[in-house]
Design a binder for this molecule. Structure first.
Ligand code: BTN
Length: 268
């Protein structure tokens, strides 16, 4: 990737809110690099991109396959005021930001899978990993985004779930540099709104694009499972699950369309 092209694709306003753009040919993980920047006390917000990751991280301890050029691997290290942000809402707001950008580029409908996956049909297009470390005056959060951009068939076959790449949804997708700039711009715009007004203004957008709205689902929270019907998200971004014993608000875990799917992914 070309750092200059990323910078040229950012608006002046956005550039002023970023301390630096970092582009690596290969790195262990862009999220890990963001942690290193924090450790070295580098100030400000940073956009970190890589052509390839050797230890790309996914949610719940999984790895994220990151071959050179196959995906967009991006982390935004962003400082919030400590009282203005909740990870749950931010995670969904990030997914909605990616959804807006990719939907404008796609010939096919893209859906959201709570809390922050993007799917086309049952195939995964993008995943998001938010990580944080308790800071002092401000709360730095690392917003990691992986988007399948152009995956070779043999790479797809190695991934433990069905995947789809952007080049299957758009015959002439924007360059990864332009895509990174558009995503960064949409995320920062939505972060501003989220910090001002919370998740409530995003709730309807989420529910209108929720893959499993009104569907019977299984929620796997690591050590327990709940079965019920998904009623979408509330004004805080929690999933509303109608169970045999009444409605429950879920604020962590993973959603599956069936017990069999939950077993397959966890056994993989
Ligand atoms: C998921 O499990 O769905 C989340 C995947 C997040 C992958 C991205 S790629 C850029 C950033 N760096 C990482 O190591 N992970 C995130």
């Amino acid at each position: 990737m070309d750092k200059q092209l990323v910078e040229d694709s950012l608006s002046e306003q956005l550039r002023q809110r970023l301390q630096a753009v970092h582009v690596h040919a290969e790195i262990d993980s862009t999220n890990q690099e963001a942690f290193r920047l924090l450790e070295s006390k580098t100030a400000g917000n940073h956009l970190i991109l890589a052509d390839a990751q050797t230890a790309g991280r996914g949610r719940r301890g999984r790895s994220w396959q990151s071959p050179a050029g196959g995906g967009l691997y991006m982390s935004l290290l962003y400082h919030f005021s400590a009282d203005s942000v909740q990870l749950q809402g931010l995670s969904l707001v990030t997914a909605l930001s990616v959804h807006s950008v990719l939907s404008s580029l796609s010939s096919m409908e893209i859906k959201l899978k709570w809390p922050n996956d993007l799917l086309v049909g049952n195939k995964k297009l993008s995943g998001i990993l938010l990580e944080s470390r308790i800071g002092d005056a401000t709360l730095p959060i690392i917003i990691g985004i992986g988007i399948n951009y152009a995956l070779a068939e043999d790479v797809k076959a190695e991934i433990d779930r069905p995947v789809v790449a952007l080049d299957e949804l758009n015959q002439s997708p924007p360059s990864r540099e332009e895509l990174a700039a558009s995503l960064c711009s949409q995320i920062v715009k939505n972060i501003d709104r989220y910090c001002d007004s919370g998740f409530a203004p995003f709730q309807a957008h989420w529910n209108a694009n929720d893959r499993y709205l009104e569907a019977d689902v299984v929620i796997d929270s690591g050590n327990s499972r709940l079965i019920g019907k998904s009623l979408g998200v509330d004004a805080e971004g929690a999933l509303i699950l109608q169970t045999a014993t009444g409605e429950q608000l879920i604020s962590g875990g993973e959603i599956f369309p069936s017990l069999r799917d939950a077993n397959e992914v966890n056994d993989a």
